[in-house]
Design a protein around this ligand. Structure first.
Ligand code: PEP
Ligand code: MG
Length: 562
């Protein structure tokens, strides 16, 4: 048995299954030159068969994901096919060599274009090339769409294309060497409620496909070919958790009220209208953060007003309850395939989110118009990210007024009194929270960014990951200051960063006076249940003690944490 421990965890659950070590298929051709016309004809036929087999596979996959529809059009690309055929016929290269050379040429051509979208296409071409090569060599393509038995995926990293091709009936969890708690793969795992660990830096050298993996996503313990005693122990824990989960699930519909009668909101974070459908399984009562950037990132161009209107309208209609939609939060670590961002030395301190929207007015207006129109169909609230000043709020409000005036003049239906709030995720916003509270309708604290900016610790930098800790007294005092400012002005205050789902801090946040907690839908039942067992008066006493702490250790001790 081998044991590996990952320090930072972000999901819960225990999973046991066979390891599937996922390595992307390498494009390696046998290097032969063809001797005569017979061999040429044979190789043309091999290639034709490979194209047919790959197209058939991709046709099926394309029905489920747009990524594979793109791959299908590459597989059927005439220029690509002609290039391979000409290498076989004219240069007498065998099919594998002709394919390898063609894929390299096409991918190099795309990579050379200084454009993120084209460079992504280079990766897609290589992906399709790997499929062709597997078909030519009579091998199974090592993609994740072929998995037909229960496994735990072990990989260096997983891309959106990888996760979108997984069949979650079979994938019981995943462990990757790379990726942070706020990376794409982590967000997917949380939204699916799947046990997962990222940042397991030595996993690949310790695991082979077929090994039995048992891991506890909450504690970060990974056992490879576990001993009987460990198995019994963990599987008992898993069983107890499953029973508890069922009990909690049975109570999920009950109101979220503390023992002494304080009513709270526990909402979900989502990345798309479709995700709301999935989140509904957890009986969510509202959405505290709809990240609209995914709608922009998955598109080939800026989504039109109509496209956005449909997305927001279907989201609020599906939910039939309050939904806080955040305007475009792009830049920093998030790029758009069709838009060129100038390289910046410090992207997280750069041209991102509202800073971009206030300059790209047309992009911003298109989104605001779509939101104002969709709000006719249900209780939508608009939320602006990365605010640092009252001036920015004034500018945003002017643009919203302009959008309303235009819609009115055009005779288009819209809702006039949509609440507009802001994310509090910069130290500047914390320091002037009292002033901001006078000019907005609500706050939502974004602890993922707030922690990185208060502590000056890059949220994605593994080298300093141990310093990224929202339990730092500086972060806790900042959160308290914001909540107090909101309470004093009588506006609602929520939290939509990952910290909101950490059970260790639930009571303290209640004591500070937080009104709304928003997190991955799968986490909501447990936080609701936790709140039902808390007492507001006692929570305030605990909050006082926590605020008096000067070190992370003191905070951990007060909260009974290790
Ligand atoms: C945050 O910063 O806490 C947040 C919710 O926004 P994002 O993680 O999308 O930056
Ligand atoms: Mg943020």
């Amino acid at each position: 048995m081998k044991h590996i421990k990952v320090q930072r965890t972000f999901t819960r659950g225990i999973a046991e299954a066979e390891a599937f070590v996922y390595e992307k298929t390498e494009l390696k051709a046998s290097q032969n030159l063809l001797r005569d016309e017979f061999e040429i004809q044979d190789n043309l036929k091999f290639f034709e068969d490979a194209v047919n087999a790959v197209s058939e596979d991709l046709n099926e996959l394309a029905e489920e994901s747009a990524i594979f529809a793109g791959h299908l059009s590459i597989a059927n690309d005439i220029a690509l096919k002609e290039a391979v055929i000409s290498k076989i016929k004219d240069e007498k290269q065998n099919a594998e060599l002709a394919l390898e050379n063609t894929i390299q040429e096409f991918s190099a051509m795309m990579s050379a274009i200084d454009d993120a979208y084209m460079q992504e296409r280079a990766t897609d071409i290589e992906d399709v090339g790997a499929r062709f090569m597997a078909a030519l060599q009579g091998e199974e393509f090592g993609g994740l769409d072929h998995i037909q038995k229960e496994v735990i995926i072990i990989a260096e990293d997983l891309t959106p294309s990888d996760t979108s091709s997984m069949n979650f009936d079979y994938v019981k969890g995943f462990i990757t060497e790379k990726g942070g708690v706020t990376s794409h793969v982590s967000i997917i795992a949380r939204s699916l409620g799947l046990p997962a660990l990222v940042g397991a830096s030595t996993i690949l050298e310790n695991v082979q496909s077929g090994d039995t993996i048992l891991f506890d996503a909450e504690s970060g313990d990974i056992y490879i070919n576990p001993e009987a005693q460990i198995r019994t122990q963990l599987l008992e824990k898993a069983e107890a958790e499953a029973v508890l989960k069922e009990q909690i699930a049975a109570r999920v519909d009950l109101p979220v009220i503390t023992e002494d009668g304080k009513k709270l909101k526990v909402y979900a974070n989502v990345g798309s209208a479709e995700e709301i459908q999935h989140a509904m399984e957890y009986k969510i009562n509202g959405v505290g953060l709809f990240r609209t950037e995914f709608l922009f990132m998955e598109n080939k161009d800026f989504p039109s007003e109509e496209e956005q209107f449909e997305a927001y309208k279907s989201a609020v209609e599906a939910l039939d309850n309050e939904i806080i939609i955040r305007t475009l939060d792009i830049g920093g670590d998030k790029e758009l395939p069709y838009y060129e961002f100038e390289a910046e030395e410090n992207p997280f301190l750069g041209w991102r989110a509202v800073r971009m929207c206030l300059e790209e007015i047309d992009v911003f207006k298109t989104q605001l118009r779509a939101l104002l129109r969709a709000a006719v169909y249900g209780p939508i609230k608009i939320m602006i990210p990365m605010i640092i000043s009252v001036e920015e709020v004034d500018q945003v409000n002017k643009i919203i007024d302009l959008c309303k005036a235009e819609l009115r003049a055009e005779g288009v239906e819209y809702k006039a009194d949509v609440p507009v709030g802001i994310m509090i995720e910069t130290p500047a916003a914390v320091m002037i929270a009292d002033k901001l509270a006078k000019v907005v309708d609500f706050f939502s604290i974004g602890t993922n960014d707030l922690t990185q900016y208060v502590l000056a610790v890059d949220r994605g930098n593994k080298r300093i990951e141990h310093l990224y800790d929202s339990f730092h007294p500086a972060v806790l005092r900042a959160i308290n200051q914001v909540i107090k400012a909101a309470n004093a002005e009588g506006i609602e205050v929520g939290m939509c960063g990952e910290f909101a789902s950490d059970q260790n801090i639930t009571e303290v946040l209640l004591g500070f006076g937080l009104d709304e907690y928003s997190m991955a839908a799968s986490e909501t039942p447990i936080i609701k249940e936790k709140i039902r067992n808390l007492n507001f008066v006692k929570a305030q006493e605990l909050a006082e003690k926590v605020l008096a702490s000067g070190t992370i250790k003191e905070v951990y001790d007060l909260l009974g944490m290790e």
